[in-house]
Design a binder for this molecule. Structure first.
Ligand code: NAP
Length: 259
């Protein structure tokens, strides 16, 4: 199926590794020019080279911290026009909420709630004017089924989800949609870090933690970033103009509910 987004421009935040990178790759495979933002220059260069070698799209990289106003400004100024925005940033650390200070909460809120909202504020009216826009926020399965040691993530992402629920109904009349994609357990650096934290907290080996996580996944495996990126590309497609305000859970069947 042709997704009808060839020659569009996408800004993919936190796009040099893992799920963000997979979104950038899948969009590029659909002919979308991509601006990829991350802090580390090496992974950015490697990702850009990989996309450049496998597609014919234009790839630009911005080395910046997307959670800062300056970083967002740099990222936005690298896009000639913005048709697709993939909001993403690193997740907050795990821990016992009794140890979190206000500064920890502020950091989590900036990364996982306020940064996406600020970026949406910057791009939405242009999308509305041009009658095309796709905004995807990478959140977490923890929005639907909170994970006890991820209080900062549970809280900050729930705030974003509530905001998006309201905004996303105001835009589809202009062919601008806003959706969230909620990853379960995907094989990325972040997930390895999470498993290491869980192992430390529960006094187990990382292998044992991985095994018990796998036992709880009906699909019997961790997700592959590529399948996440492909869902993102579909949600950004021309065909998906009637889909807005959704929370797409992609978790191998872990969430055990009828709806
Ligand atoms: P990952 O593989 O570790 O990649 C994280 C990416 O984000 C890297 O490109 C990193 O590059 C970039 N990044 C982090 N902080 C940034 C910042 N402040 N500014 C710009 N770029 C930044 O992580 P992932 O697994 O894809 O996770 C992506 C998001 O999904 C995270 O919020 C994570 O908590 C959430 N999530 C993941 C899973 C999972 O199973 N993987 C499950 C639930 C939720 P630099 O470090 O070089 O900046």
């Amino acid at each position: 199926m042709d997704f009808g987004i060839q020659d569009k421009w996408a800004l993919v935040c936190a796009g040099s590794k893992g799920l963000g990178r997979a979104c950038a790759e899948s969009l590029a495979e659909e002919g979308v020019n991509v601006v990829i933002v991350a802090r580390g220059v090496e992974a950015l260069a490697e990702t850009a080279a990989h996309i450049g070698a496998n597609t014919e799209v234009e790839v630009r990289t911005v080395s910046a911290d997307i959670t800062t106003a300056e970083g967002r400004k740099e990222a936005l100024s690298a896009c000639p026009k913005l048709d697709i925005l993939v909001n993403n940033a690193g997740g907050p650390p795990a821990g016992n909420f009794r140890d979190f200070e206000i500064a920890d909460w502020e950091k989590a809120l900036h990364a996982n709630m306020l940064t996406p909202i600020e970026l949406i504020k910057s791009v939405l009216d242009g999308m509305i004017e041009r009658k095309f826009g796709r905004i995807v926020n990478i959140t977490s399965a923890a929005v639907k089924a909170p994970i006890p040691i991820l209080g900062l993530s549970n809280g900050a992402r729930a705030g974003l989800t509530g905001f998006i629920a309201g905004l996303s109904r105001q835009t589809p009349v202009h062919n601008v949609t806003i959706n969230n994609i909620l990853p379960g357990a995907f094989a990325t650096e972040t997930m390895n870090g999470r498993m290491a934290a869980m192992a430390k907290q529960s006094n187990q080996s990382i292998g044992d933690v991985a095994k018990s996580r796998l036992n709880a996944i009906p699909a019997g495996r961790f997700g592959e970033p590529k399948e996440f990126g492909q869902l993102c590309a579909y949600v950004c497609s021309a065909q998906a103009s009637y889909i807005t305000g959704h929370n797409f859970l992609i978790d191998g069947g872990v969430y055990n509910g009828t709806l």
